[in-house]
Design a protein around this ligand. Structure first.
Ligand code: S3P
Length: 176
């Protein structure tokens, strides 16, 4: 298995933020599956959903999954909330499920300084009731795919990163 770490979990749980913290500490490279899709397609996720539909987007996630498995190592990979479903997830790297509860995710989403923009760019978070349903459906699926589960609700990024580096025995860069 390639030496990657995959962060999975629901929209807005803080996968990107944590990936940046982990990469800075360990010297690993960093990638985000949504960014890769936007680069491959030269289009925003929101537009892909609108113009091509969700199943087209899910195929792009699988394409990214195949590419990661073949070409990427020593990288912290933050993923879109539905990326956990790619068929080769376990061959890409160690899967870390960032677990929270829906109330915390929603309130962090709504109180974020860029709340409007963050909501707008997520087609599946337009209606909080629908998002909550999706959240409930997804929880056992994330759990089933995880090598480790980290409870992140209400915690600081630094504290979560400490738990992950310890748990996975990741060497951290010494501070100058
Ligand atoms: C999705 C999550 C989004 C993005 C797309 C679909 C999902 O990523 O991939 O809008 O199915 O949960 P984030 O988890 O980064 O918001």
């Amino acid at each position: 298995m390639a030496n990657n770490i995959l962060l999975i979990g629901f929209m807005g749980v803080g996968k990107g933020r944590l990936a940046r913290e982990l990469a800075a500490r360990t010297g690993y490279f960093i990638l985000d599956t949504d960014d890769l899709i936007e680069s491959f397609e030269n289009t925003k996720i929101k537009k892909i959903f609108k113009n091509e539909g969700e199943s087209y987007f899910r195929n792009l996630e699988q394409k990214v999954g195949n590419w990661l498995e073949l070409h990427v190592s020593n990288t912290i990979i933050s993923t879109g909330g539905g990326f956990f479903a790619v068929e080769n997830l376990d061959r890409i790297g160690t899967v870390v499920f960032l677990k929270s509860d829906f109330e915390t995710i929603l309130s962090e989403m709504l109180t974020h300084p860029n709340a409007k923009k963050r909501m707008k760019k997520r087609p599946l978070f337009q209606d909080p009731k629908q998002a909550e349903k999706l959240f409930n459906t997804r929880q056992p699926l994330y759990t089933a795919k995880a090598n480790i589960i980290i409870d992140v609700a209400g915690r600081q990024t630094e504290d979560i990163a400490n738990e992950i580096t310890t748990n996975l025995n990741l060497a951290t860069l010494s501070k100058i």
